[in-house]
Design a protein around this ligand. Sequence first.
Ligand code: NAD
Length: 490
Amino acid sequence: MINLKMYIDGEWKDAENRETRPVINPANGEVISYAPEGTIADARAAIYAARRAFEEGVWSGLSAQERAYYLFRIADKIDEYAEELTQLETMDNGKPLREAGFDVGDAAACFRYYAGLITKPDGYTYHVADPMQAMVVREPVGVCGLIVPWNYPLLMSIWKIAPALAAGNTIVFKPSEVTPVTPKKLFEIFEEVGLPNGVANMVMGAGPVVGNEIASHPEVDMISFTGGTKTGKHIMKTAADTMKKVSLELGGKSPNIIFADADFETAVDYALFGIYAGAGQVCSAGSRILVEESIYEQFVERFVDRAKKIQVGPGNDPSTEMGPLVSQEHLEKVLHYIELGKQEGAKVACGGSRIVRDGLGNGYFVEPTVFIDVKQDMRIVQEEIFGPVVVIQKFKDENEAVKLANSTVYGLAGAVFSTDGAKALRVIKKLRAGITWINSYHPTYNEAPWGGYKQSGIGRSLGTFGLEEFQEIKQININLQVEPIGWFRN
Ligand code: NAD
C-alpha cells in the first residue's frame, strides 16, 4: 500500500482529524492507498507556513541563480526516479506507461526550462524626464495557491510549481483527490533537495473544503487553477473577495478541421491521436472532427476502422494503447453522455459501451466511440465529455468550417489539416482558441504559452508568459537630483 501524507512546513502530516479517502487503481478498482482527507485547519496550517516562509525571504531572498540550482536538482531527481514515477502515474491515473513516461520526461524538462529562464535578464529601464530614472522590476506575487486536476497528475502540478518557485513565490498546492500519488513523490523530492521549510506545502482533500479555503483565504495572494470550467468560475468568484490574482486553465471542446486536400492518412492518424490519447481525458482533446464534405464518408470509414482496432487495456500492459477512465464517477459521466447522444438522435458509428471483457470489468474502460449525424446544438457537440468520445461533422467550405469550429463556449485548442499552407493559416487565424496546430495535433512545448480564449480560461501556462503569471510588476522611479521640489511657496 502506497503511503500518502500531506507536506506542511517541512513535515509529513496526516489530516488533523485523521480521516482518509481511498485512492483507486482505475484499471482494476483496487485500493492502492488511503490519502489524508485534509481539513480547513490543515489548509490554514499550510497557508500560514507559506506566508511565514515568504515573509522571512528564505526563498524569495535567494538570488535567481540559487533558486535555479534547486530547480535543476529537482529535475535531476525526477530523472533519477523516472521509472518509479512512471509506474506510480499509471497505477493512479490509469494512463498507459508510454504516456506516463512522456509526462515524466516533460516534467523534468519543465523544471530545467524555468531554472534557465529565471536567470535571464528581465525588467526595463526608461528614459523619462530628467532628473528622474524609471525602471521596472518583476517580483514574486507572494503565497500562491495551486489547484490541479487528475488527468496529468504530475505534469499539471509541475506546470504551476516550477514557474511559481522559479519566480520566488511560496506555494500551497492541492492535487486532485483522485490522483495524489505522484504529487506526493514530487514533494519527497522537494524534501530531498532541501527546499527550505514552508516554501512548498501540499494539502490533500476535497475541492469544496481544502480548495475553497485556499481560494478564499486572505493570506493567499494568487490562485492558479487547472480544472473544469464550472469549478473555475466558482474559484474566480471566491477569489474576488480578496482580489487575488487569478489564472485559470479550463475545459475545451476543440475542433480538428480536415480539408479535402489534407494528406489523408496523416489527418486520420492525428485525429485518432487527438481524441483517444489519454482516453480523451485531455483538456485540448480534438473532440470535434470537422471534415470537408467531399471526403467525409471516406474519412469516417477509415477513422472508424482504425478506432475499432485501438488496443484498450490496463496501462501497465505494454501492448495497451488506451487505458481506462480515471474513476467510477467519471466513467458514469462519460457513459451518461453517450446515452444522451443517442437520445439526442446522433448515430453511434462505433463503440458506445463500457468494456467488461477479458477481466476489464473491474476497471473503468470505455470503447473508443464515434458519433456521426450530429447537429451543432446537441449537448454532445457543445459540452466537454472528457472521454474517448468524438463527434465527426461535415462542412461545405472554409467559412462554414470556421463558423462550426467557433460555435461553442470554449476556446482552448484547434487544428487544421491541409496541404494548402495559406488556407491552413487563414483558418487558424480565424479560430478563437489559444493553442493551435497545422497538420499536427497535441504536441506541447515548455517554451510556448498554453491556455484558452473564451470560457477555456484566463492567463497562460508555460513559456515566458507562464512565468509572468507568477510575478508582480513594480515601477521604481529614482530622483537623481536630490533637492526639494518647491511646489508650495511656504
Ligand atoms: P475539477 O474542476 O473537478 O477539479 C480540479 C481541481 O479543483 C481538483 O483538485 C478539485 O479538488 C478542485 N476543486 C473542486 N471544487 C473546488 C472548489 N469549489 N474550490 C476549489 N477547488 C475545487 O476538474 P477535474 O475533473 O479534476 O479535471 C478535469 C477538468 O480539467 C476538465 O474540464 C479539463 O478540461 C480540465 N483541464 C484543463 C487543462 C488546461 O490546461 N486548460 C488541463 C487539464 C485539465
